[in-house]
Design a protein around this ligand. Structure first.
Ligand SMILES: [Zn+2]
Length: 245
């Protein structure tokens, strides 16, 4: 009998190291999760988790909100860990002018290091760019990075189109259900460049964002885009598999 390939839900950006073990195990049959880290400690935890669960794809790095932890030793250690990864992925990294503008100069230096590392190791970048969409887009293009996911994209439609044309992925968050600015960008989405995410566990305007809400996001997107749910799901799975085949 021919095997039937099951379409899975994709969470292209979750902080799974913050989930409890039982919750993660409950997701294993229906999800592919790209699991990001925030600092050296969580990077190690993410790598451990990914060893136990093969539906969980690890990314390691230092979040712009944790930039004070980005000392030389931590960066060296992340570089070593990255060298050992089968499919190197760096995230959550990037720039943030919206929530932590006071550390922007330091963020720029650290992000520069990660961009160089991404180029050297051919890593995927899982990017944070709150209030700094054009800064991050321009730097990624300038560094000739080939694989990147722009998480919870809320930049301009022009920037989004430019990124899609360059082959990068735009990740839509469960928050689209209540965040009009984010949802409106769906109309400019190229289905061959779209991903879905929760950023879980995270709270946004009273909404608890977690991986198990991805099916709700798929419902929302399929209505908004007037496309069949299963077709949308297969596009997204195909997109994520371009990285993690
Ligand atoms: Zn995040």
């Amino acid at each position: 009998m021919a095997s039937v390939k099951m379409t899975k839900y994709v969470d292209s950006h979750a902080h799974a190291y913050e989930y409890d073990e039982a919750y993660i195990s409950g997701l294993k049959d229906s999800y592919i999760i790209i699991s990001v880290s925030d600092d050296l400690e969580s990077s190690k935890r993410t790598l451990m988790l990914a060893k136990e669960h093969d539906f969980l794809k690890p990314c390691i790095g230092i979040h712009p909100w944790r930039i004070e932890d980005a000392n030389r030793e931590a960066l060296k250690e992340i570089e070593k860990l990255l060298d050992k990864m089968d499919i190197p992925c760096i995230g959550e990294v990037g720039l943030d002018r919206k929530f932590v503008p006071q550390t922007f100069e330091l963020q720029l230096r650290v992000f520069g290091t990660f961009l160089t590392l991404a180029k050297e190791t051919d890593a995927i970048l899982n990017l944070h760019a709150a209030g700094a969409w054009d800064d991050v887009a321009n730097l990624v293009l300038k560094h000739d990075v080939t694989k990147a996911i722009f998480h919870w994209f809320t930049g301009s439609k022009e920037t989004m189109q430019k990124l899609q044309e360059a082959g990068f992925y735009i990740s839509f968050n469960v928050a689209a259900i209540i965040q009009k600015k984010h949802a409106d960008l769906l109309h400019f989405a190229d289905l061959r460049r779209v991903l879905t995410e929760s950023d879980g566990p995270y709270e946004y305007r009273g909404e608890k964002l977690t991986t198990d809400r991805i099916p709700q996001l798929i419902d929302f997107m399929s209505t908004k885009l007037k496309i069949d749910r299963s077709i949308l799901l297969s596009y997204i799975q195909e997109n994520v598999m371009s990285f993690f085949r």
